[in-house]
Design a protein around this ligand. Sequence first.
Ligand SMILES: Cc1cc2nc3c(=O)[nH]c(=O)nc-3n(C[C@H](O)[C@H](O)[C@H](O)COP(=O)(O)O)c2cc1C
Length: 325
Amino acid sequence: MTPFESLFANRPVILAPMEDVTNASFRGLCRRLGADLCVTEFVNAEGLLRGCKKAQRKLTLEPDDQPTAIQIYGSDPPRLAEAAMVAAEARPCAIDINCGCWVPKVARRGAGAGWLRDPAAMVEMAALVVRSVSLPVTVKTRIGYGTETEMPIVDLARRLEDVGVRALTLHCRTAKMGYRQAADWSWAAKVQAVVSIPVIANGDIKSAEDAARAMAETGCPGVMIGRRAIEHPWVFREARALLDQGTHLEPPTLAERLALCREHLAQNVAERGEPFGVNHTRRHLGGYIRGLRGAAALRRELFTQTTLATCLATLDRFEARHAAD
Ligand SMILES: Cc1cc2nc3c(=O)[nH]c(=O)nc-3n(C[C@H](O)[C@H](O)[C@H](O)COP(=O)(O)O)c2cc1C
């Protein structure tokens, strides 16, 4: 078994690539909480080839940031192949090609889910990228663009396997659906039934139970979690406990929740300064404290703060009040 294939031996629970979310520090945090494999934010192939700062930041992988795949996106096959070669120098465990982003500014230009409008071109592009690097190449996509009479994904998956793609992540919606309607995992089952490469089921996996059910219903050896990880990164350890021991873990304690708020705020402020680092953490904080007694008031108070020191003081006061109750 190759090192890449061995990643799928233990039913991995994978952190989804999320722009402006899955940077190095968030990947580290999720990995500590049980994520088996992480994917970077998507990196624009053109930006990467121009050496733009943002792309370079996204490409930097510290030695302990493994296994992590680097995701690239673009609409021009030779440029994507070149970008893959540059990304490979950062030594990720795989190069992932984004063929699923539905955002109009990406998809309308032929990148991301735009590739689903021309499956033959998508397969050719993937073949070129596979030939250009010695690392495993994976593809993340959706079931179709949404205008087809028949979803292309089953045939497409076979053809991607034929040209050497080593794993496929399937967000079980069309591009046109965006995030509307429920993800239909039966597509992941249909795809996994016709290919031997691992298919990773993605879309609406929000709990340990969902992760186990998605694997059982689809026969996929792995699942990928996006939005739920933003607000509840403990989902990874909860899923691991259920998959490995059949155990339903207790939710994180108040102390753990507040500790994660502090740690994540400090990391983001160190990276982005004030007030941006604080503002950037807000999308996580509401989820981290959800369910605690007094969470709504704490959230309101936290969301008016702009410095690390005042956030920490707010959290300390909240913890002291709880201890006194
Ligand atoms: C804030 C945000 C940013 C995202 N950025 C990316 C991205 O850079 N690349 C990608 O392939 N998908 C991206 N996605 C899609 C997710 O990886 C995932 O496929 C989708 O959210 C469905 O999974 P979920 O229901 O677990 O969230 C993003 C999603 C969110 C919410």
